[in-house]
Design a protein around this ligand. Structure first.
Ligand SMILES: [Zn+2]
Length: 341
């Protein structure tokens, strides 16, 4: 194990050297008191996993009971791992290989609209809401922490205050992980099931000016970044393209207030959920910008699978918009009377 720590140090120094040569800022090399991570390079020697007993063995230490082994997919082959200490908790980050599944994607496409009220709305009618609010525990801890002793001269905090700070950081890290987990699961599902994914390059950064806390609680910007990396063919639609209040049926464009949640086309009578309609528009725009012709129609079976999957993610609410499945209502209703006259 020591050998690998030294090896890592060597390679870190080499990287720094290279960066220095390329005139990048690197800073000075300093001694460290504590090591926060230990690489475990050889599975079976430096560490071993026993999924049935929920335990891991680390060379030079004993066996440890752990939680989270159920995250490892079946038939995984273990590679390297990293033992990490964060705010007083210990984690093992493992790399595992799974046999690749071949999926037939049927050239399916999906569009999505990112927003404040519904975090993600999909062109198939699914609307997703999620938020990980600042927990009561953080608020309580912070309240106690703000009363802990702080010595202005020596710039040190009492042992108790230091411990509290560790706890608070740990809690924040936990919440950020929850958000990351939601984003990863959503993006993973889309990447696995759709060949083409269209989204708009909205200026999410500017939203946080008006909706700071809600944007923070959802990390929606991070979701888009995860998406870009994971999906097979991302189709990015420009920021200034009008997608809200445009009829996907006849192209009629109108102004919608923020409170107008349902879009009813004054020209052809097409009715749709505001955000779902925007997602639909984004998909059509993306497909036409990249000259991708007609895609197969969305089958209802995969939509309900997707809804079930999204609902199973903790902290996530999902619903299907009713309007999305009943277009051209007025046209159908008017047709008989027109014939009679
Ligand atoms: Zn219309």
């Amino acid at each position: 194990m020591k050998e690998h720590i030294i090896k890592r140090l060597h390679s870190n120094v080499k990287t720094l050297q290279k960066l220095n040569k390329n005139k990048k800022k690197t800073g000075k090399i300093k001694y460290r008191k504590v090591l926060h991570s230990i690489p475990l390079m050889q599975y079976g020697i430096t560490y071993k996993v026993d999924i049935e007993k929920n335990s891991i063995h680390i060379q030079g230490f004993d066996d440890f009971k752990v939680i989270g082994l159920n995250q490892i997919p079946e038939n995984s082959e273990f590679a390297t791992a990293n033992l990490i200490e964060r705010n007083g908790d210990y984690f093992l980050h493992m790399t595992a290989y799974t046999p690749k599944e071949e999926k037939i994607l049927n050239k399916k496409a999906i569009g999505m609209d990112l927003g404040i009220k519904n975090q993600v709305s999909f062109s198939n009618g699914i609307k997703v809401q999620y938020q990980v609010p600042v927990s009561e525990r953080i608020k309580r801890l912070y309240h106690v922490f703000s009363r802990s002793k702080y010595n202005k001269e020596t710039k040190t905090r009492s042992k108790r205050g230091f411990k509290l700070l560790n706890k608070i950081n740990g809690e924040f890290a936990h919440q950020n992980n929850q958000k990351k987990d939601i984003n990863n699961k959503l993006a993973h599902y889309i990447a696995d099931n759709y060949q083409y994914t269209a989204y708009q390059n909205d200026n999410i950064h500017s939203w946080s000016k008006f909706y700071g806390r809600r944007i923070y609680q959802t990390a929606i910007g991070e979701f888009r970044n995860t998406l870009k990396k994971k999906v097979r063919t991302p189709l990015e639609v420009g920021r200034f393209m009008k997608t809200t209040g445009v009829c996907v049926n006849c192209g009629m464009s109108m102004h919608l207030d923020l409170s107008d949640r349902v879009f009813t086309c004054p020209s052809c009578g097409y009715i749709s959920d505001r955000d779902v309609s925007a997602a639909d528009k984004i998909m059509k725009e993306g497909l036409s910008l990249w000259n991708i012709g007609e895609t197969l129609a969305e089958d209802n079976a995969s939509t309900s699978n997707m809804l079930d999957y999204i609902k199973s993610i903790p902290h996530v609410k999902a619903s299907i918009s009713v309007e999305a499945r009943s277009p051209k209502q007025t046209e159908v209703a008017e047709a008989p009377s027109a014939r009679e006259g």
